[in-house]
Design a protein around this ligand. Sequence first.
Ligand code: KIV
Ligand code: ZN
Length: 506
Amino acid sequence: MSRRIHIFDTTLRDGEQVPGAKLNKKQKIEIAKQLAKLNVDVIEAGFPCSSPGDLEAVREISRQVQGPTIAALARAVKEDIDIAWQAVCEASSPRIHVFLGASDIHIQKKLRSDRGKAMEMAVEAVRYAKSLCPEVEFSTEDGSRTDFEFLCRIIDATIQAGASIINVPDTVGYALPEEYGELIYRIRQGVPALDRVLLSVHCHNDLGLAVANSIAAVRNGADQVECTINGIGERAGNASLEEIVMVLRTRFENYQAQTRIDTQEIYRTSRMVSRIMNIPVQPNKAIVGSNAFAHSSGIHQDGILKDRTTYEIMKPEELGIKEQTLVLTARSGRAALKHRLAELGFTLEAEIFERVYNRFIDVADRKKEIGAQDLQSIVEIEVFKVPELFKMHSLQIMSGNKMVPLASVTLEREGKLYTDAATGDGPVDAVFKGIERITGIPGKLRDYDLKAVTMGRDALGEAMVRVEIGEDIYSGLGSSPDVIEASARAYLNACNRYFANGGEPK
Ligand code: KIV
Ligand code: ZN
């Protein structure tokens, strides 16, 4: 008989810790609803004591998102636990997730405490959380580097205090698969009380082993895996949900373990998270990268044409990746656009559809044919856009190899047009400076990435930027057949994110 593995998604908590990926309430709810469609067992919706905004977002997810358990993270202190409970108490299935450093490094260097006091703190926190919430998870932070005997004792004590899920994280991504698998096996042997609760793992990817470690843990008795979409998360990220699910599915005979994930929703969820958080997926990323099912060598293409199983171990359809055929032009009307969008799985509210239509016409006027990937890029950028205090109106650039580039930028704010000009180290720099002069926001460009959405000289360019404004980093995405305009749109998108988060224009 096969075992069931619970999927605990922490995209909205550990994933949101990525610099520049901070989400607003609406964006978090949008992703949470998609995670429910993906059928994850648990959504860790946030760390409510980190900000009033996060508390509000987790509370709203608890109200609106049905199906998965909604979890909120809390340090092992009463105030955090109270706030976590306020955030999830309206969920149909709430969970408080309490964590405390358990290794000597964390206890002595971070908490400036000792094992005895840490034990008391953990037990007290779990007992208090359990008095509020029917389901409590306890995480032994830095579990993989914790003294084994102490680890077993703290796990046993927190189960007695009411924890029904025990998580043993590899917080720093230091473990090796054989070692971590063995640790999980030995913990199961060493703590008999684990038979009545779920044993969970949470692996970071510092050595690129997060998925391998999670799978080794499953083989050795873990019941729950904590992971994120596209593997995003603190530092090098967390174990990637789509990789874990597809390993267990594709190699079922090896593990005899299944998840309840609807794999048809994987690709859509991956794209949504990448767009809303503005974190591009690397082309060679397993399962969801743009090259994951692209065959370039002649020998491979020949094999695929004869029989797909020659070079494919999974079917793209299993992940909800659709064949992309029909193209649209500027003459395709609203009905054709709506029909094509429905084929791609998008049903848009009237107001968003109009925005998408206007942008589609703007792009189609300059690019003869709009394929599925172009359309997907246009829709995702429009749908997940933050409210725009400043809108792009027009741009003029003068540039050449023997002159200082000059850009004139016109932006619209509340129906009024504002124009300014600037020179720069290159045309993109000149445009960014022009935008800065109008918005009054001096940003530092931390990251800039430009790629073509499709092949061909008239390909749609997609730009991604990360801009440091004040204390924070804001990411922005923009697309256009003109790469300077795509860059300008991305930069403006980052500025608008800053304003949407309460930043003041000049
Ligand atoms: O990496 C970690 O240990 C965590 C805990 C809060 C579970 O994210
Ligand atoms: Zn983590």
